[in-house]
Design a protein around this ligand. Sequence first.
Ligand code: GLP
Length: 240
Amino acid sequence: MILKTYDDIETASKDAAGLVSDRIRKKPRFSLCTATGTSPTGLYRQLAVIVNSVEQPLDGLRLIKLDEWGGLDDDDPASCDSYLRRHLLQPLRLDSDQFIGFSGNTDDPGQECDRIDARLRAIGQIDLTILGIGANGHLGFNEPGARLTAECHVASLAEMTLRHSMLSDARAMPSYGLTLGMGNILRSKEIVVLVFGAEKAGVLRQLIDGGITTSFPASFLKLHPRVHCFCDRLAAMELS
Ligand code: GLP
């Protein structure tokens, strides 16, 4: 894992956005899997600035939503769908058919996971995945536990996850999560992970200094050959 530490989130996000735009420019048919939450917001803002300033063609870009709150309507302001439309689809002027993702409000969440797994198989290997890390070490909604799941699945959400700030303006509380699995994530050709703020200092310390364990799913990133971890000084303050 390549760890890059910056003075502030803005500079880290700008550098990370530079890496992402560079990869997209070099491969016209590009599949990009995207997390939501506070960690990637600056990256997405900077990516739109870079891409729009050079009028980079994006017709071959496919955006894959990493996860979704189960039980929320797609147009709920707190859904991952709304977040990605606001922060990526609209600023990058992508069509809806360039966007692949779980619907949060479905009668059959298991079938919805099978549908997304089939779409992922049709795409082949994801080119790049952008991740944040949950306060409990989760990736997407791959929550800590005795075992992890490789493919798309319905996840029970940890109590800490249900306290996420994204849900503060939700119209309903989610009852489960829909998420790409650890195998889907780890099969990406390349991964960018963003860890910012003093509240993530313990998470970054465990990622860098801890062992690989299902009780801290982000630790599996250590098995991947091309992970770029961008952090700020505050998140890095507990590193030796
Ligand atoms: C949520 C999202 C994840 C995200 C994580 C971290 O649970 N489902 O995709 O990466 O929280 O969020 P934040 O970046 O706001 O800390």
